[in-house]
Design a protein around this ligand. Structure first.
Ligand code: PLP
Length: 447
């Protein structure tokens, strides 16, 4: 090992844990970057006691921050009462029923059926099966093709990796891509043509989708997949008019719209759902992360009337709906998620995020003139700034200069964890953040 490991826990980690999205050889040699041992409010603390504002809510997920005793009590009670039971063949638990009812109450109109899962990847993978199941029920099993966006992220399962439009996540796995098609990322700053307005850019992108549908044959296209705000693609908000124009194309050809709200759900964009922020009318919503404030794994597919009709027709034809996991509807996870939704009600989450939006976006705005900042972008409590070497040409730094890892080290030194995506620094703090804490987060970023 190149560097002496910090302590025996770090040594155990280096020797035995395979970390996602990590260079495995380097990890074997140097061990973990840090070990987080405790959290309080919007801060996490490492093993040396140093505190960091978690400016990205860990993986865009810790909506209620860290170290929540109220949620721990709820989990303890649910484990003490029952611990586990499944929901197969019509079995149930009060926890799962109550969670589904509460989630249905806050779901967009016309969407009140809930299929519980355990992760964002599972929710997207299940939604994909439901899309194909629906079209089979409609007597159109040839509707198989899926349209998603370059740089969109929908998970790293086998088929969800195909939904994901990030080439890096495709390489080396020999994935079954034949039914997956990708369209331009709605990234105005980099993808718009010279002189093109946001509306014109949106029209061009909607036309691209229509041309793809016509080229492939509308009778073969099943669904369009999108995050309302692209998270892992760079915290990219859509250009003006984008979803309105895309929705019109999909409606014209009867193509389903699957909204991946794994990041955007639960007021991240200033409304309960990103779909509401952008006027999307989804047929299916995938949600996870903030559903349980990320303290326990759980996710859900919220199913609209149109797809649910198809699912019922299939279950009539085949005797039952043949999909489910051991942990779908886990009562402990359901109890915690129900409590999280109760807390959202108590704190009036949507109003809280709305009340912070101008301070949050103002924090980015104040950095816009900085010579390193090429572009700022954001909505609600999700946003990013783009680091450039030259504001005018928008050129980025030579990757060999390792500017972004250096900025990451510096922000951490100043007690702030951000999310780096290429040359973008994204922020999506826990939704419990206060206005004073928003100010402190940007003070640290500016430093
Ligand atoms: N969809 C989106 C939009 C995501 O951001 C993520 C994870 O970050 C996923 C799906 C996958 O979720 P999970 O990591 O829980 O499988």
């Amino acid at each position: 090992m190149n560097k002496p490991l910090l302590n025996s826990v770090a040594a155990m980690d280096a020797a035995h844990q395979i970390h996602p999205h990590t260079n495995l050889r380097k990890h074997l040699e140097t061990g973990p970057n840090e070990l987080l041992v405790r959290g309080e409010g919007i801060q996490v603390f490492d093993e040396t006691g140093k505190g960091y504002i978690e400016g990205a809510a860990a993986l865009w997920c810790s909506s209620l921050g860290f170290g929540n005793a109220r949620l721990a009590e709820v989990a303890k009670q649910a484990i003490t009462d029952l611990g586990y039971y499944h929901n197969f063949r019509g079995s149930g638990t009060p926890q799962a029923a109550q969670l589904c009812s509460k989630l249905a109450d806050i779901a967009p109109d016309g969407m009140d059926k809930i299929l519980l899962q355990s992760s964002g990847t599972e929710a997207n993978d299940t939604a994909l099966k439901l899309v194909w199941y629906y079209w089979d029920a409609m007597g159109a099993p040839q509707r198989r093709k899926i349209i998603s966006r370059h740089e969109g992220y929908h998970g790293t399962g086998t088929l969800t990796s195909c939904l994901t439009g990030k080439v890096k996540f495709h390489e080396g796995y020999g994935l079954p891509f034949s039914e997956f098609h990708y369209v331009t990322q709605p990234y105005y700053y980099r993808k718009a043509e010279e002189g093109e307005s946001e509306q014109e850019f949106s029209t061009r992108l909607a036309n691209e989708i229509e041309e793809l549908i016509l080229r492939e044959g509308p009778e073969t296209v099943a669904a369009f997949w999108a995050e309302p705000v692209m998270g892992s693609g760079g915290a990219i908000t859509p250009p003006a008019g984008y979803f309105e124009k895309v929705q019109a194309v999909l409606d014209k050809y009867g193509v389903l719209f699957v909204a991946d709200e794994v990041i955007c759900g639960f007021a991240r964009t200033g409304e309960m759902w990103g779909s509401q922020t952008y006027g999307i009318k989804p047929d299916l919503i995938c949600c996870a992360k903030a559903l349980s404030a990320a303290v326990i794994p759980i996710s859900a597919v919220i199913v609209g009337e149109r797809v649910f009709e198809g699912m019922m027709a299939q279950s009539d034809k085949r005797g039952s709906f043949t999909h489910g996991y051991t942990y779908s509807g886990h009562p402990v996870a359901c109890a915690v998620a129900h409590e999280v939704l109760t807390i959202y009600e108590e704190m009036d989450l949507v109003a809280h995020v709305k009340s912070l939006e101008s301070a949050f976006l103002g924090g980015f705005k104040a950095l816009e003139d900085h010579p390193l900042v090429g572009n700022i972008d954001g909505v609600g409590l999700i946003g990013a700034l783009e680091v450039v070497a030259d504001k005018k040409t928008r050129a980025i730094h030579d990757p060999a200069l390792a500017v972004m890892p250096m900025l990451d080290r510096l922000t951490r030194k100043h007690g702030l964890i951000t999310r780096l995506i290429g040359n973008r620094i994204a922020l999506a703090p826990p939704q419990i953040i206060t206005e004073a804490e928003v100010g402190e987060m940007f003070t640290r970023l500016k430093a």
